[in-house]
Design a protein around this ligand. Structure first.
Ligand SMILES: Cc1cc2nc3c(=O)[nH]c(=O)nc-3n(C[C@H](O)[C@H](O)[C@H](O)COP(=O)(O)OP(=O)(O)OC[C@H]3O[C@@H](n4cnc5c(N)ncnc54)[C@H](O)[C@@H]3O)c2cc1C
Length: 386
């Protein structure tokens, strides 16, 4: 990552970034990424290599086989993986952050030993299922139901846009356990569900980008879930979900910052080699300014990411900053890919070059993980405007 300054990183953090980049380059060379994107295939070998090197446990306690790393360490890891390939960052985040941290923060000791520890080792993969066909932003309106029966739960409903559910061994599923609860937030619970259990079925959803992480519709038809697979207390799920949001937004920002820098690398290299009117197009000030704008945007994304990571490490209230970081980094990421495409002209638009993939993959950032409109709602509310 030649352009990325490591100011403020410890020696270990610099080494971590180097070693992650080496691993990613070895396991996922550019040609392989192109093939995975074309085939919609999951980056199994690269994820396995991350697991073998212990990186899945970065932010988990040592007693469970983790590294006890900081949030800033996590930001560096996600930025690096996403710099190499956006979907590698998402592959990591889905199981390790979205699903796995629910087990760490809210799961019983049994769930931690039986599922979280194998997840850290890479023996199992866990997807996270919240969104439904009728409810994306309006999370409180989900309809999937879990009903107590003979001591266990019976789960019925439908989820969609569930990243990597097709390769998952388990799903962390958010369901209603008390649909009549008032206020409505009181009726949620979170479950760990066997993705191969009777009654679970899936269909792929085709998307513009993020082909290798791939999203799915997931159906639950009276799926039996053991009572011990309840994560946290019954009807307390909303609170548990909210607790993880700040970290998730910071993680999405880190991924955006990484992908943005990749767009600069591609555009800059192309601009210095593409000759028009007898000179490299990079000799035109207008192209230089476009590349400079990309650099400014990538730096903004990084600044917000690392600032919020440090605030999270300090235990500060980061609701405002993580919402801002998520917006800034995902919008800067998409703008970088968009400008990068313009810098490359027709080549940027063609499937022969990687910029189109970065453009497609970066478009998800402002939509997923709580859309940027919802983040702006949060900021307005914290400003006392709503
Ligand atoms: C590729 C991909 C992967 C995903 N992976 C997962 C996953 O693994 N697990 C999971 O649970 N979900 C996942 N999602 C779902 C994702 O979190 C939702 O798409 C996102 O939360 C937005 O919900 P929605 O698509 O239903 O949009 P809607 O909620 O229908 O919103 C549509 C538009 O209206 C705006 N809007 C809605 N309400 C308001 C409001 N009150 N104020 C202002 N604007 C508003 C939104 O910002 C958006 O622009 C994924 C989605 C995609 C596309």
């Amino acid at each position: 990552m030649p352009m990325l300054t490591d100011f403020g990183f410890t020696y270990e953090q610099k080494m971590m970034r180097e070693s992650l980049l080496k691993l990613a380059q070895k396991e996922l060379p550019a040609e392989k990424i192109r093939q995975l994107d074309e085939d919609g295939a999951w980056p199994r070998e690269a994820y396995g290599a991350l697991a073998r090197a212990g990186w899945l446990g970065l932010c988990y306690p040592e007693e469970y086989g983790g590294m006890n790393g900081s949030y800033k360490d996590l930001a560096i890891l996600l930025e690096t993986l996403s710099y190499h390939y956006a979907c590698l960052g998402t592959t990591y985040m889905t199981s390790v952050i979205y699903a796995g941290l629910q087990l760490l923060h809210n799961g019983s000791e049994q769930l931690k030993r039986d599922y979280m520890v194998p997840m850290i080792k890479g023996d199992i993969y866990i997807a996270f299922a919240l969104t439904e066909p009728q409810t994306g932003s309006d999370v409180a309106a989900i309809k999937t139901r879990a009903v107590r029966k003979n001591g266990d739960y019976v789960l019925s409903g439908q989820k969609w846009f569930i990243t990597s559910a097709h390769v998952a061994d388990y799903l962390v599923v958010v369901a209603k356990t008390d649909p009549d609860a008032q206020p409505v937030h009181r009726g949620f619970s979170i479950f760990l569900v066997d993705a191969k259990a009777e009654g679970v079925s899936m269909l792929p959803i085709k998307t513009m980008g993020r082909h290798t992480t791939h999203t799915n519709q997931v159906y639950f038809d009276e799926v039996r879930v053991p009572a011990g697979n309840l994560i946290g207390e019954e009807n307390r799920g909303w609170k548990l979900l909210m607790r993880g949001l700040d970290l998730e937004r910071m993680a999405i920002a880190a991924c955006g910052a990484g992908n943005a820098q990749h767009a600069i690398d591609i555009a800059q290299e192309y601009a210095t080699q593409r000759i028009q009117f007898g000179v490299p197009i990079s000799s035109h000030q207008v192209i230089q300014h476009k590349l400079a704008d990309m650099r400014i945007k990538a730096e903004l994304a990084r600044l917000m990411t690392y600032r919020t990571a440090e605030m999270l490490d300090a235990g500060a209230d980061t609701r405002m900053e993580t919402a801002i970081a998520k917006i800034v980094a995902t919008e800067c990421d998409f703008e970088c890919a968009n400008i990068g495409m313009q810098v490359m002209g027709g080549a940027g638009y063609s499937m022969e070059h990687d910029m189109q993939r970065l453009f497609r993959d970066s478009r998800l950032g402002p939509i997923g993980g709580g859309s940027n409109e919802i983040q702006r709602n949060i900021i307005s509310k914290l400003m006392g405007l709503a």
